[in-house]
Design a protein around this ligand. Structure first.
Ligand code: CA
Ligand code: CA
Length: 426
């Protein structure tokens, strides 16, 4: 991959001089209005229901000092260089094509195709109509495991319904690329929908992931409706597992139940914006807590993760929620964060460029404006390091060469920059 257009004078180490880490042209976003438990947030300027944390005096987080590696087994690690590749308006997700080009979704509904080597950027036509409001819009993108042969991709999005309602949906289509750096989606077909629809514009979730078993995993968040997370007549507040055509696998834990219950792999979730498998095939998902209590969970077949009956956070209106340790029948998080990090985007790294980070998880932080490294030990996990990025991180991806790619959240600043992280030489 060619070197870079625009290298920020920005090298971030664990011993971060964090205040130096922010590009000079990136003032912190204004403090957001509080999330509420009941109402819709005020318009599209309010993308995530995590916001109170951002008004906390410590946000962005207190910079790590030179002792940051005290939480790490590593004796130290190389610096990484942060390079701005380009910028989008309100990017949400990205995935690499087999040819090394990058597909990037925008909440407004656009799908971009970027050649990181040349900087050439094209667009993909034929994306579905989206309900672009609040946290809703075009969301995640994933390649079919056989994409190199069949060209099939999957998109998740907020789908407009009748009477001002909307629901999360997943479509698959064939990506047909042209010779001019763009392309089109053909044979687009919606294969899954959230039930029920809601007039709330938050907590869609809609992270997409394929496992080694060829199954499609979807995070379906609670739409800020709470109780559906425990209701098997709804697929809200669940992690869903489907065949690649949207049908229900016969070995799902509730496959013998009627309706959407058969789709469910796990329940009792709030708002999941990141999932990935580790090298042993365990599924991990982070989850935005209510007021405090963000989580990283090991996702186990058929388990109930307890929301809204238990949480280490509390409702935004001040109503307490019993903590996890009061109800051992519900699966407890492997990591819980108070104050919150507002997790968005997640990879478990297996690349070659940062060999000492193989097996680590990397979580984007919105309110924490950080990249958070998690270390795993079997079914245990812990935060190992936190890199202050000085901006809300929306999405994390691993590049074909093992570089780490970040999308800045554009919904606040209107400028969602794409960054590539590489080791610093020397
Ligand atoms: Ca991605
Ligand atoms: Ca609690």
């Amino acid at each position: 991959m060619k070197p870079i257009k625009h290298v920020l004078a920005l090298a971030i180490a664990a011993s971060l001089l964090a205040a130096c880490g922010a590009p000079s042209d990136a003032p912190p976003p204004p403090p957001p209005a509080p999330d509420t438990v009941t109402g819709a947030e005020p318009g599209a300027a309010e993308p995530l229901g995590t916001v109170p944390a951002e008004t906390a005096p410590a946000a962005p987080e207190t910079p790590q000092t030179g002792t940051a590696t005290a939480t790490s087994d590593e004796p130290g690690h190389p610096f990484f260089a942060t390079t701005q590749v380009t910028a989008f308006d309100s990017p949400w997700a990205m995935t690499f094509l087999p040819d090394g080009r990058l597909l990037v979704t925008e909440m407004s509904g656009q799908l971009h195709l970027l050649d990181p080597d040349s900087g050439a950027q094209g667009s993909i036509s034929g994306t579905p109509e989206v309900a672009h409001a609040g946290q809703g819009g075009l969301a995640d993108i994933a390649l079919h495991p056989g994409h190199a042969d069949n060209g099939v991709i999957y998109l998740s999005f907020a789908e407009p319904g009748e009477n001002g309602l909307a629901g999360g949906a997943v479509a698959r289509a064939r990506l047909v690329l042209d010779d001019n750096g763009g392309g089109a989606l053909e044979d687009l077909e919606v294969i899954w929908r959230q039930v029920p629809l809601s007039d709330d514009d938050g907590h869609y979730g809609l992270r997409l992931l394929f496992g080694d078993d060829g199954m499609l995993w979807i995070s379906s968040s609670d739409r800020r409706q709470f109780d559906p997370a425990q209701d098997m007549a709804s697929n809200l507040g669940k992690i869903v597992r489907l065949n690649d055509d949207g049908s229900v696998p016969g070995d799902n834990p509730f496959a013998d139940q009627n309706g959407v219950a058969a789709q469910v792999w796990s329940l009792g979730h709030r708002n999941i914006l990141g999932m990935d498998f580790d090298a042993e095939g365990r599924l991990w998902a982070h989850e935005m807590g209510p007021k405090d209590g963000d989580e990283l969970n090991l996702i186990v077949r058929g388990e109930n993760y307890g929301y809204p009956l238990v949480s280490n956070g509390e409702h935004y209106d001040g109503t307490p929620i019993p903590d996890h340790d009061t109800r051992p029948e519900f699966a407890a998080p492997a990591v819980t964060w108070t104050p919150v990090i507002s997790p968005a985007g997640f990879i478990i790294y297996d690349g070659d460029l940062f060999p000492h980070w193989q097996g680590s998880g990397f979580i984007g932080g919105l309110s924490s404006m950080a990249l958070i490294r998690v270390e795993f030990d079997g079914e245990q996990a812990r935060e190992a390091e936190r890199f202050d990025m000085g901006q809300r991180i929306r999405e994390v991806e691993q590049g074909p060469d093992g570089s780490i790619w970040l999308l800045e959240d554009g919904t606040r600043q209107g400028n969602g920059r794409l960054y590539r992280l590489t080791p610093l030489e020397g």
